[in-house]
Design a protein around this ligand. Structure first.
Ligand SMILES: NC(=O)c1ccc[n+]([C@@H]2O[C@H](COP(=O)([O-])OP(=O)(O)OC[C@H]3O[C@@H](n4cnc5c(N)ncnc54)[C@H](OP(=O)(O)O)[C@@H]3O)[C@@H](O)[C@H]2O)c1
Length: 323
């Protein structure tokens, strides 16, 4: 099968080249998917640069999510049959014509979506669900503050929080991005190009949950932006991982500071999340509350251009490879 290899093991976007590998076979409890589309995520860029190695047992091929048709199933797989239209969360291996995945990490493609749209869903749906609704405990009527609002994660977070009946305050860097976040449903959309958002969030009443992909540069403002009992959930630290935290503010505000990564979780935990995502988020896709936002599609062989495009940071939503 054709795959995307990283020439030299790591490097710039140009290191992504087409290669050939043998097609994997599904073991017990696994399915083989004929990949039609693969979502690109920021962690793929970190992995390409050698900064985010695949967890033990995961393929070294990039790609955390795909959509396609089930080709064959291994022993003990009852839910899926060849020909089923599915999407899936992978530990790796999505930038390829075929991918093997734990059958429990596979979801049906929601009605009305094509492969490209479906490939844009799993990584952001799982990440937003577990961080915003499980660890962040965002409830109806509460307020979510989401940074990087036009990122793949951001557009899912805005729509899912609104779908749950929460208010959304969004920050992004650029007037056009702030407009796009408002169009996606953010109640308050802040252009934080100057790095400042606290006053605007306080003017809007503060936040119950912060979904934070920025880290150090926003840490002090995040702490001050939270209402009593607020939850600050870290999923990335793109501006740096070291921050000073005023513990008295945590105590006085009864605040919670937490964070997680999706990829490192074990297979059972991802299976549990898949069930929860299918029960909670999939109906919101069916009724139109949440829709995939795909900015641009590149063919598999143009993976290097696709990475350069994502790294340039002008996109809104997802970038997807057509396979
Ligand atoms: N923990 C997990 O389980 C998990 C899972 C998936 C993704 N992630 C992380 O979530 C983030 C979003 O992923 P994605 O695939 O959606 O990425 P993406 O579409 O490439 O978006 C990255 C976003 O980060 C924002 N950003 C980057 N540096 C910033 C800075 N210094 N200050 C403010 N904003 C900054 C950008 O916002 P502007 O456009 O406004 O500049 C951009 O919208 C990534 O950092 C990724 O590693 C974590």
């Amino acid at each position: 099968m054709r795959v995307i290899e990283i020439e030299g093991g790591k490097g710039a976007a140009e290191a992504l080249v087409i290669g050939e590998r043998s097609t994997p076979e599904p073991g017990p409890g696994q399915v083989l998917i004929r990949v039609r589309a693969a979502g690109i995520n920021r962690p793929d860029i970190l992995q390409r640069k050698g900064l985010y190695p695949p967890p033990p047992g995961a393929p070294d091929i990039l790609g955390l999510e795909v959509a396609g048709e089930v080709e064959t199933v291994g022993a003990d797989v009852n839910r899926w049959r060849p020909g089923d239209r599915v999407c899936a969360l992978l530990g790796g291996g999505g930038y390829a014509e075929y991918a093997v995945v734990d059958a429990r990490h596979v979801l049906p493609i929601p009605a009305g979506l094509d492969f490209i749209q479906a490939a844009a869903l799993p990584e952001t749906a799982f990440t937003v669900f577990t961080n915003v609704f499980e660890d962040g405990r965002l409830a109806t009527g509460e307020t979510l503050l989401v940074h990087g609002a036009t990122s793949g994660i951001g557009v899912m977070a805005i729509q899912a929080a609104r779908g749950a009946g929460a208010r959304v305050i969004a920050t992004s860097r650029g007037a056009d991005k702030a407009k796009a976040a408002a169009a996606l449903g953010a109640d308050v959309s802040i252009d934080a190009s100057d790095g400042q958002f606290l006053q605007a969030v306080q003017d809007a009443g503060g936040a119950d949950v912060v979904l934070d992909m920025v880290g150090a540069a926003y840490a002090q403002q995040n702490l001050q932006a939270l209402k009593p009992g607020g939850r600050w959930v870290v999923i990335a630290f793109q501006s740096g991982n070291m921050a000073e935290v005023d513990l008295s503010r945590l105590m006085r505000g009864r605040l919670t500071l937490t964070g997680s990564t999706l990829r490192g979780r074990n297979a059972d935990e991802k299976a549990r999340l898949a069930e929860a995502v299918e029960t909670t988020l999939w109906p919101w896709i069916a009724d139109g509350r949440v829709r995939p936002v795909v900015d641009r599609v590149f063919p598999l062989e143009a993976a290097s251009e696709a990475h350069s495009f994502l790294e340039a940071g002008a996109h809104t939503g997802k970038v997807v490879l057509a396979v």
